[in-house]
Design a protein around this ligand. Sequence first.
Ligand code: NDP
Ligand code: 8X3
Length: 250
Amino acid sequence: MNKIALVTGATSGIGRAVAARLAQEGYDLIVTGRRGQKLEETRQSLSGRAKVLPLVFDVRSLQEVERNLGNLPDEWKNVDVLVNNAGLAAGLESLQEGSIDDWERMIDTNVKGLLYVSRTLLPGMIARKKGHVFNIGSIAGKETYMNGNVYCATKHAVDSLSRSMRMECLPYGIKVTQICPGAVETEFSTVRFHGDASRAAQVYKGFTPLKAEDIADLVAYCVNLPAHVCLNDIVVMPAAQAGSRDFYKE
Ligand code: NDP
Ligand code: 8X3
């Protein structure tokens, strides 16, 4: 029987690439996201390579998380790998000018969503004494930058929660890996700038950003490590990026 991986936010970007890479590694996939049509595209792209269970829900809703993940069908219950990836930045403004709605979306998704999903799935992993959780943090969880305020705070929370989770999972043999990327070219910046694709494109001009597949390769590397080895915390940057706002651009 194949192992099972669950990837949140698999409708685009890093999540979709991680799902594809884990299928290549022999995992069956539970893939989640809010956009049903995009999730269907993910399912179709994986078909023939893995069994796929697509689940459309919003990680911000505890009720939806519990309804979808709290009572998985028997053949999908034993999740081996959880990738807490769903997340976003919304806006890039000073605190005094920031949108409260953007703040709520980021806090509810990046922090509370990760907590709801983990709270629902960890008990099963603990009972089985088996599992590997990946939390997709960010360089924004290691540093702060001008106007990054609330997004950086949510990713600092992911950093802190990853440490707590690792300690609390130690007795059960569950590995916790946080991956903290620099700039990855996905839908991330278009979402951050509320759909302004031309402003988003500027972010990746003049250097070669990471691809979602680069992050997927890291996940594949980690899941294939020997049982006694865990990469706890990975900061991964484009070669042209030294810090959250330190780029060498042509
Ligand atoms: P994308 O915008 O391409 O993907 C984000 C994914 O998250 C989508 O699948 C989206 O699905 C899902 N998502 C967002 N909100 C919710 C929600 N409320 N409920 C369920 N799913 C949700 O961006 P990335 O792939 O770049 O982002 C993935 C993760 O990587 C995020 O946590 C981000 O913070 C992090 N990251 C990204 C970096 C980058 O430069 N791109 C760098 C560092 C970290 P849908 O809209 O269908 O719900
Ligand atoms: C995404 C990277 O630097 O835009 O987490 O915050 S950054």
